[in-house]
Write a protein that binds this ligand. Structure first.
Ligand code: NAD
Length: 392
């Protein structure tokens, strides 16, 4: 039986994205699902209601009406302060979207207690056939691009080398720390702007990717390359190794006009790579954009959502940068979520009892319980039955 897919207006508290675009609505409708959208849900992303109705959606007057009508709800942000709507979800609902389940496991428990079935797409296994649904990659791509644009707009320096009648302006020096999806896009963007880019990641495997973008890989003498798990994620370094990294990076940081930090370790506080002493050694007017701000930050002095001046160095605690480019971020997110819906409910039924690694990897709440082992482990006390994470 086709599903009724619901989209509510999440544009508040700085969130301007929407969980379906007109194009992704069309894809769901083409698969014979119905789409019901709260009026104005796409407005902040630049899409009025009539673009959705042309794509085949039905417009509802309120979030309550969407919840009354739809069985599958797509979410931009299913946890955090702006996620109040989802507290009205219940056993009639399946939710799919970004939930930050390792950062905010209590939000998953609350939804489980309400009886909702929840797929946290943040936990999608990084396997090839899941790539069209990979919301983390699509949103990290947007964040990495925007981080460099923010840095360029705050920097007192031009990024490219410019030769003019009276001489030459050398290119700005940009250092990117962490070269996952966001970091690689930051490198590519900084290169497109003509700057001189260096990058470092604890995973030695990324050297080739960094160099293929025309950047220099920073080899830290005396610092061992870090490990990665089966999904390609960094496994985290111990404090002694991190201290060696910080020390070895200080000279690179001091020589940079712009530093973009993106280092994350899933389920852990982000590693501190830039110390107060390293910031003090930077030239006044230098800019740091910390993309890890929401997970504790990669710099001493980062304040999430704030831009601070530390002795003339501007430190941006970047928060939810994808929401600042809501149209393309939602275009990508909507496609990812529609692909997920078509994957789990191709024939109209959501089969939860399957060995499919995509279903197992993302299913976090079902039948009143938290059913994902990593999320359950983060919650205090018995959190219910658990399922193993799939091998990827
Ligand atoms: P992430 O956001 O978890 O982390 C960002 C980067 O920070 C990573 O490259 C990580 O190695 C780095 N990092 C962590 N600790 C660090 C430290 N102490 N110093 C320096 N760097 C540090 O990672 P991500 O961007 O989500 O990507 C994770 C992996 O998944 C990458 O290997 C990526 O290529 C891979 N991936 C695979 C697929 C797929 O479908 N096969 C899709 C997307 C990403």
């Amino acid at each position: 039986m086709p599903l009724t897919v619901g989209i509510v207006d999440e544009a508040r508290d700085g969130e301007r994205r929407v969980a379906a675009s007109p194009a992704s609505t069309r894809a769901l409708v083409a698969a014979e699902h119905s789409v019901v959208l709260q009026t104005g849900a796409g407005a902040a992303a630049g899409w009025p209601d009539d673009e959705y109705t042309t794509a085949g959606a039905v417009i509802a007057a309120s979030a309550t009406e969407v919840l009354e009508t739809a069985s599958l709800l797509l979410c931009v942000r299913g946890s955090g302060p702006g996620a109040a709507t989802w507290r009205d979800a219940g056993s009639a609902h399946t939710l799919a979207g970004l939930f930050d389940p390792l950062g905010e496991p209590t939000a998953i428990r609350e939804l489980a207690e309400r009886g909702a079935t929840v797929f946290a797409i943040d936990l999608l296994p990084r396997i090839t056939r899941a790539q069209p649904m990979d919301v983390l990659s699509s949103q990290a791509t947007v964040a990495g691009y925007k981080a460099v644009i923010v840095a360029a707009s705050l920097s007192p320096r031009l990024f490219p080398m410019l030769t003019y009648a009276a001489g030459t302006i050398p290119p700005a020096k940009v250092l990117v720390l962490g070269a996952g999806v966001a970091g690689l896009q930051a490198i590519a963007t900084a290169r497109r702007l003509g700057s001189n880019v260096s990058a470092y990641d604890v995973r030695a495997a990324v050297r080739e990717q960094i160099e293929s973008l025309g950047a220099r890989f920073v080899d830290l003498a005396g610092v061992a390359a870090g490990g990665e798990d089966a999904s390609g994620y960094a496994t985290g370094a111990d404090e002694a190794e991190l201290a060696r990294q910080r020390e070895a990076l200080a000279a690179e940081i001091a020589a940079s006009d712009v530093v973009v930090t993106t280092a994350l370790v899933p389920g852990q506080r982000s590693p501190v790579l830039v110390t107060a002493a390293a910031i003090a050694a930077m030239k006044p007017g230098s800019v740091i954009v910390d993309l890890a701000a929401e997970r504790g930050g990669n710099c001493e002095g980062t304040v999430a959502g704030k831009t601070v001046d530390i002795g003339g160095v501007i430190l941006v605690g970047a928060e939810n940068l994808p929401a600042t480019l809501p149209q393309d971020a939602s275009q990508m997110l909507g496609r990812n979520l529609a692909n997920f819906v078509l994957h789990i409910a191709g024939d109209g039924n959501i089969d939860l009892d399957t060995d499919d690694p995509i279903v197992q990897g993302t299913l976090v709440a079902r039948g009143g319980r938290v059913v994902h082992d990593r999320v359950a482990a983060l919650l205090e006390g018995p959190a219910g039955e658990t399922v193993s994470e799939p091998a990827s």
